[in-house]
Ligand binder design. Structure first.
Ligand code: AMP
Length: 285
């Protein structure tokens, strides 16, 4: 399955599939695949699409002090996992293929990129939106699959697609978790056994937060404090943020009245983990 698809050949091949009447789906990833990535492929297959998976560790979305250089990579393993999952075409472009020249054109999704992860990772979402826009232009998919694990990313991409009239339907897929609840992430391999054991507090504190809402807690600040306190008490994690925000537009909320997302980012040593939970106040609560 590992084959070097250049943009030109890939386009011709995808066009051929389109002419056969196939819908085209893209599953963008940075590789080091796990069950979360494969669940996106599963959804794409379920939609009956010709599935293109991209594997590209995109330097544009990493800050200068972040882990671009040491981000885990294993193309051979990824390639067999992708094939087993039913990926039809694996696109793993070289850096020079994606960025033959320095980028003078960037896609910035204002406001949505300035909160939560955007605050501690300036430029990150511009990097994400820009590479996804490029992938959309290269593959010209009908459908694009993203994980709810990166909740803010999905909102950023949806807004880009809507603002720029991109002819792509964005679908999001629930978070795949380890047995103890930790959200699967390629970065989990960085964790020491102790950090790995402690990291389960993220999932547990989100569940506690959701339970508190169900029991009637409506103060966003009280909820954030509850979650922070649990993380501090039960782990050595260094909290970047714990925030309750409007699930649709990521705006701040004080009183919880409608659907909210509880989102958090916590560092265990050098490893920054994120997780979130959507609570549909008003419908299921
Ligand atoms: P990444 O390779 O980390 O950039 O992720 C590629 C895609 O897989 C993104 O759309 C992620 O949101 C999604 N993804 C990563 N981890 C998970 C997970 N645990 N569950 C569901 N989707 C995930």
């Amino acid at each position: 399955m590992i084959s070097t698809w250049f943009i030109k050949e890939l386009r011709a091949h995808v066009q051929g599939e389109k002419r056969k009447g196939k819908k085209i789906a893209i599953v963008p990833t940075m590789g080091y695949l796990h069950r979360g990535h494969l669940s996106l492929v599963e959804e794409a297959k379920r939609a009956g699409a010709f599935v293109v998976m991209s594997i590209f560790v995109n330097p544009l979305q990493f800050g200068p002090k972040e882990d671009f250089g040491r981000y885990p990579r294993d193309l051979e393993r990824d390639s067999s996992l992708a094939e087993e999952a039913g990926v039809d075409l694996l696109f793993h472009p070289a850096l020079e293929e994606m960025y033959p020249e320095p980028m003078l054109t960037l896609v910035e999704v204002k406001e949505l990129d300035a909160v939560l992860c955007g605050k501690s990772r300036p430029g990150h979402f511009t990097g994400v939106a820009t590479v996804v826009a490029k992938l959309f232009n290269i593959v010209q998919p009908d459908l694009a699959f993203f994980g709810q694990k990166d909740y803010q990313q999905v909102q950023v991409i949806r807004r880009m697609v809507s603002d720029l009239n991109m002819p792509v339907e964005v679908r999001s897929v629930p978070i795949a978790r380890a047995e103890d609840g930790l959200a699967l992430s390629s970065r989990n391999v960085y964790l020491s056994p102790q950090q790995r054991a402690e990291a389960v507090v993220l999932y547990q504190s989100l569940e506690e937060g959701a339970a508190a809402i169900r029991k009637g807690e409506r103060s966003a600040r009280a909820l954030e404090n509850l979650i922070r306190a649990k993380i501090k008490a039960e782990s050595s994690g260094d909290i970047d943020y714990v925030e309750v925000r409007d699930a649709a537009d990521l705006k701040e909320v004080t009183e919880i009245e409608g659907p909210v997302v509880i989102a958090l980012a916590v560092k265990f040593g050098q490893t920054r983990l994120i997780d979130n939970k959507v609570v549909e106040v008003g419908t299921d609560v």
